[in-house]
Ligand binder design. Structure first.
Ligand code: NAD
Ligand code: GLY
Length: 362
């Protein structure tokens, strides 16, 4: 097992990574302060892992709440199911919430923890690749609004993150690919050598080669921990983690939450960012071909569903959290392994990218 730290002063916490981590009760129990534990999961994950999670907390007063599965239920109405359960079981301010699931369960549990009795502890037990490499680390929590993705939320850091890559044995292939979009993101924004390593190893993810997957999780979490430690509240460098996300969130919103998976939308958004970066002369044709090939080999889409019009995407992008004085700031690439947040493009160039469809990066 390997351990990383997210260094945030008195809110620092460990990330434990290793096959079998979820069988080690002592690992998690050192991060539980009171006697009460509320496990939050969903109706797909609970039949697979709830008993394993309960076994981690033998001797504690454990309750659980099972949410319906899906991005379309990541909203305030379903967040209330967590508060209902906490109140029904009389959980106090010293309770610990435990997120057992992917990014949806993690974001909702974290936000419930941020607001229940003005803030209680929580622990992340991520079970998707996407949650293991990204959403369980860094303390962004929240829910969607009909008008915008992740628009309601809070920064609230967990007590620890426990990542057992064995959980990926039961994960559908499409979801594994979705997580790979965020892994590729780290290569593109931060680490060209990691991107090159992914080009060599990408086919081994679908084969569930645990050594490769564990290395990818470790490097992804290492980069995320470094970025979050520098800029917890996204006033600067953390914004780079949003490569592809402003386009992607618009795609998720316009297609209907859950239709295009988060990682799929990020992959398409990243390719759109590559197109705009190429228009600006920042990326070469060869860079774009590398991005295209790795994305395709990871089992991810490159272009938005044809029914999503450029104008619908533009309107949705204008609701993004990164809009400033009517213009959206975008993360673009200046090379593979280097990115920046910029307003340095013309509206007609953005329009061209939004309308490009199959001509993206061509
Ligand atoms: P998800 O949580 O919807 O999980 C994907 C699917 O896999 C679901 O059907 C789930 O029930 C199922 N599943 C989970 N673990 C499984 C397992 N081990 N075996 C079988 N099935 C399993 O989606 P996701 O991709 O994990 O997360 C996407 C969400 O994360 C989005 O809402 C996105 O906004 C959010 N996100 C948050 C951050 C952050 O920093 N907080 C970062 C990236 C993404
Ligand atoms: N996923 C983007 C972030 O955590 O900042």
């Amino acid at each position: 097992m390997e351990t990383l730290e997210v260094a945030l002063g008195d809110r620092s916490y460990p990330i434990y990574i290793g096959v079998g981590c979820l069988d080690q009760a002592n690992l998690v129990q050192q991060h539980v302060v009171g006697q009460q534990v509320m496990i939050v999961s969903n109706d797909t994950i609970a039949p697979l892992y709830l008993e394993k999670a309960k076994a981690l907390f033998v001797g504690y007063d454990v309750s659980w709440v099972i949410l319906p599965d899906g991005e379309k239920y990541k909203d305030l109405d379903h967040l209330n199911l967590i508060f209902d359960a906490l109140l029904k079981h009389r959980h106090s301010r010293s309770t610990t919430l435990v997120a057992l699931g992917g990014g949806v369960v993690g974001d909702m549990t974290g936000y419930a923890a941020a607001s229940y009795q003005r803030g209680v502890n929580f622990i992340q037990l991520p079970t998707t690749l996407l949650a293991q490499v990204d959403s369980s680390v860094g303390g962004k929590t929240g829910v969607n609004h009909r008008l915008g993705k992740n628009m309601i939320g809070a920064f609230h850091q967990p007590q620890c993150v426990i990542i057992d890559p064995n959980c990926l044995q039961t994960l559908p292939a499409r979801q594994l690919s979705s997580g790979l979009a965020e892994v590729i993101k780290y290569g593109l924004i931060w680490d060209e050598a990691f991107f090159s390593w992914l080009e060599l190893e990408v086919d081994n993810f679908a084969k569930l080669d645990m050594a490769v997957i564990e290395r990818a999780i470790y490097r992804s979490c290492e980069i995320k921990a470094e970025v979050v430690a520098q800029d917890e509240r996204e006033n600067g460098v953390r914004a780079l983690l949003n490569l592809g996300h402003t386009f992607g969130h618009a795609i998720e919103n316009c297609a209907g939450y859950g239709e295009v998976l988060h990682g799929e939308a990020v992959a398409i958004g990243t390719y759109m960012a590559a197109d705009l970066s190429k228009q600006l002369g920042w990326l070469t044709d060869a860079d774009c071909v590398r991005i295209e090939q790795l994305t395709q080999r990871a089992g991810l889409p490159l272009i938005p569903p044809p029914e999503l019009s450029a104008s619908a995407l533009r309107d949705a992008m204008n609701l993004d959290k990164k809009v400033e004085n009517g213009k959206v700031r975008l993360v673009l690439m200046t090379a593979i392994g280097k990115a920046c947040v910029t307003l340095d493009f013309e509206q007609h160039q953005l329009e061209k990218t939004l309308a490009a469809g199959e001509s993206l990066c061509k």
